[in-house]
Write a protein that binds this ligand. Structure first.
Ligand SMILES: Nc1ncnc2c1ncn2[C@@H]1O[C@H](COP(=O)(O)OP(=O)(O)O[C@H]2O[C@H](CO)[C@@H](O)[C@H](O)[C@H]2O)[C@@H](O)[C@H]1O
Length: 477
């Protein structure tokens, strides 16, 4: 099959969050399975620092009264052909955060559709999030190209219909309120990145205003859990670590903890319980329930707290202020740094992810792979990837709490912190996390099945792709 991934991110060269991980790690696996998979992303200003790009364009096209160039290269360390859509709008050295976002990404989607129609025609265009949401709308009546639309973040829905109409061609049959809604209505298949979240988004609590539409389209919505690149993210071979280790040499992990404490300015104390977060600092990630109890937690315990992330100013400033007051016990790293994120997974004792909602979550899987125990809220993909620790039965991989409330989070933190004192049981917990299979293989097979069903008989998608898990009871908020 010929599949074109169209997205705004692709790890390792243009990654802001988990969508980049998915695009950059799923595509090489699909190619290994024998499919001609290629990626198209915008040609951002910083890309020449990250990948070799020939000066010569391979194709020129036009969209929304503008011309654009297509350059071809290869995603580093893979054999995935990578197309870059070049235009002045993408020259700044950033992926997001411009006032021109609605225009530049609608233009990108338009250019991508032109590219697929006129230069390299795939069997399936696999679109990701609102930025590419108009592609399924425009392709709706094209019988040769099917579309899959993956929701990584339902909260960002793109320009509203009224603004869209000023930007581009909105076909008369498109009645939806914004780009994301258009994609949900017209894609041949919509998927999100975990079975639990696929169910949750059909409820008012998680539907971000689109729950009715999603419930109406439920027959074409599936949940396929994300994987991680287990070769790239392997504590036994990761060159960013001071001391590589495996499940059999877990006692050596402490060297990474000490090196991390030293690097981020925490007191060097291998016995202190070190809890970390690596995250975009946005409302989704649960900062609103962390901040009210953080000071109390630091006062009550001798634990250490570390945050790596960037995002909204209100969160950055509150964290910075607390970090200054609890210097040595709390460290706040307001930056994006892949190497440091790996050192955090390898050196911290616990990884906190108290998300308000979580389509899948990749960080908690990376944490477990590196022997860092997750403390998560039972929501979305966190339900599907982390199970609650039961020291008697010797089961579970982390600490889970249910309510989106500071008190529930606090209780869970204290419980984890106290359990850390029982070293043997903690070691077993770490090992259970490290033994989980988070590789892409099973999910990649589900995507292939989904593409194949789409090309053969669209009506059968759900019966063959949806896993039994997708009928799970939706946990209450
Ligand atoms: N400051 C920083 N420095 C270095 N690395 C950082 C970083 N901040 C974040 N990261 C990295 O970015 C990734 C975050 O991925 P997640 O899936 O956990 O969340 P995100 O909300 O971005 O993804 C969205 O899309 C993905 C993919 O579908 C879904 O899993 C998820 O639920 C959804 O919200 C991880 O690889 C993490 O290490």
């Amino acid at each position: 099959m010929k599949i074109l991934f169209v997205a705004t991110e692709a790890a390792p060269i243009a990654k802001v969050g988990g969508m980049g991980d998915v695009v950059g790690t799923l595509t090489p696996i699909l190619r290994k399975m024998g499919h001609d998979v290629r990626i198209l992303i915008p040609y951002y200003g910083f890309l020449p620092d990250k990948v070799e790009i020939p000066e010569k364009t391979i194709w020129q096209g036009s969209a929304m009264f503008q011309t654009f160039d297509i350059f071809e290269t290869v995603l580093p360390e893979t054999d995935v052909p990578l197309y870059l859509l070049g235009h002045a709008a993408f020259s700044p050295r950033r992926v997001y955060q411009g006032e021109d976002e609605p225009w530049r990404f609608t233009f990108f989607a338009n250019g991508a559709a032109q590219f697929a129609l006129n230069y390299w025609q795939p069997d399936v265009i696999h679109c990701h999030d609102w930025h590419t949401g108009m592609i399924p709308v425009w392709m709706h009546q094209n019988e040769d190209i099917k579309t899959v639309f993956t929701i990584h973040n339902l909260a960002y829905q793109g320009p509203a219909r009224s603004q869209l109409e000023e930007l581009t061609w909105c076909p008369p049959y498109m009645q939806e309120a914004n780009t994301m809604a258009g994609a949900i209505q017209f894609a041949d298949c919509v998927n999100t990145v975990s079975p639990t979240y696929a169910q949750q988004i059909q409820t008012p609590e998680y539907g971000e205003g689109l729950n009715h539409l999603l419930a109406l389209k439920k027959d074409k919505i599936v949940g396929i859990i994300n994987g991680i690149d287990t070769e790239q993210y392997n504590p036994a071979t990761d060159s960013h670590l001071d001391q590589p280790f495996s499940i059999d040499t877990l006692e050596q992990r402490v060297t990474n903890k000490i090196a991390l404490q030293e690097q981020v300015g925490l007191e060097i104390n291998s016995g202190a319980f070190l809890v970390s977060m690596v995250t975009r600092l946005v409302e989704q990630k649960g900062l609103d329930i962390v901040l009210p109890i953080l000071e109390q937690y630091l006062k009550y315990t001798g634990d250490q707290f570390l945050v790596l992330g960037t995002g909204e100013e209100r969160y950055e400033s509150q964290l910075r202020e607390l970090g200054e007051r609890y210097s040595g016990r709390m460290s706040v790293q307001l930056l994006y740094n892949d190497g440091l994120s790996r050192r955090i997974y390898a050196g911290s004792d616990a990884f906190l992810m108290p998300s308000r909602f979580e389509p899948c979550g990749i960080s908690q899987m990376m944490a477990m792979r590196y022997g860092c125990v997750p403390i998560v809220r039972r929501t979305g993909g966190l339900v599907d990837t982390v199970s609650h620790h039961n020291p008697i039965e010797k089961t579970g991989t982390g600490y889970c709490f249910s309510l989106y409330e500071s008190l529930d989070l606090y209780t869970s933190l204290i419980r984890a912190s106290e359990s850390y004192l029982y070293r043997e049981s903690w070691l077993e917990l770490q090992k259970r996390g490290m033994s989980q299979d988070f590789s892409w293989q099973r999910s990649a097979e589900k995507y292939v099945q989904l593409y194949q069903d789409l090309l053969n008989s669209p009506a059968e998608i759900l019966s063959s792709v949806a896993s039994p898990d997708s009928t799970e009871v939706i946990p209450k908020k």
